[in-house]
Unconditional design. Structure first.
Lengths: 117, 112
């Protein structure tokens, strides 16, 4: 399978614990996105990377959230001191941006569902 | 600030009907628009990507059109089937950035 891969698919944790999600994008894709989705809503942008550079972060991303893409390949999203309001589906997407083009089709993974008790 | 609206929020139709889903956006300076399908508890599956220079794109029973000047896109589904039941989302880039803004989706149910 050469699609976007996310791990774990489900995570249940207690309030105050730290959690980390991993995303492996499609191998040749240089852009990687993190989104958060709650029930009945569309995905909300969190952050995105061009190669290893984090180019934009949403105001939704509080100090408790951090994302990395150390070698421009896989990415991790860490949430520290989780709160019940962090319960959501965390979605990763990747795309390829050619030097001559702004466009690139987004491909999503299956998501990581977080439940904070 | 880019805002995306999808109408209707939910739709229930008998099998075989042709149907149209609508997506409107506030900032017409976009370089593409993408339609996705989402099944319950799953990730998003890309259906169609329309570049800003295109007016429409087709894939099988799906046809998407784009009118940048009016800030609208439509997704046309021909001869709907129960397997088409899902939430359909559209996404456009936010002004001057490469982040995508999503609508809240149209929840479609096709009855056998």
């Amino acid at each position: 399978d050469t699609g976007v891969s996310q791990d774990p698919r489900h995570k249940i944790t207690k309030r105050g614990q730290n959690v980390t999600f991993r995303c492996d994008p499609i191998s040749e894709h240089n852009r990687l996105y993190w989104y958060r989705q709650t029930l009945g809503q569309g995905p909300e942008f969190l952050t995105y990377f061009q190669n290893e550079a984090q180019l934009e972060k949403s105001r939704l991303l509080s100090d408790r959230f951090s994302a990395e893409r150390p070698k421009g390949s896989f990415s991790t999203l860490e949430i520290q001191r989780t709160e019940q309001g962090d319960s959501a589906m965390y979605l990763c997407a990747s795309s390829f941006r050619a030097w001559h083009s702004d466009t690139g089709e987004l491909f999503f993974g299956e998501g990581s569902r977080l439940t904070v008790l | 600030k880019q805002e995306v609206t999808q109408i209707p929020a939910a739709l229930s139709v008998p099998e075989g009907e042709n149907l149209v889903l609508n997506c409107s956006f506030t900032d017409s300076a976009i370089y593409n628009l993408q339609w996705f399908r989402q099944d319950p508890g799953k990730g998003l599956t890309s259906l169609l990507l329309i570049q800003s220079s295109q007016r429409e794109q087709t894939s099988g029973r799906l046809n998407a059109s784009l009118d940048k000047s009016s800030g609208r896109s439509t997704l046309y589904i021909a001869a709907s089937q129960p397997g088409d039941s899902a939430t359909y989302l559209c996404a456009v880039p936010s002004s001057g950035t490469y982040k995508y803004i999503f609508g809240t989706g149209t929840r479609l149910k096709v009855l056998a």
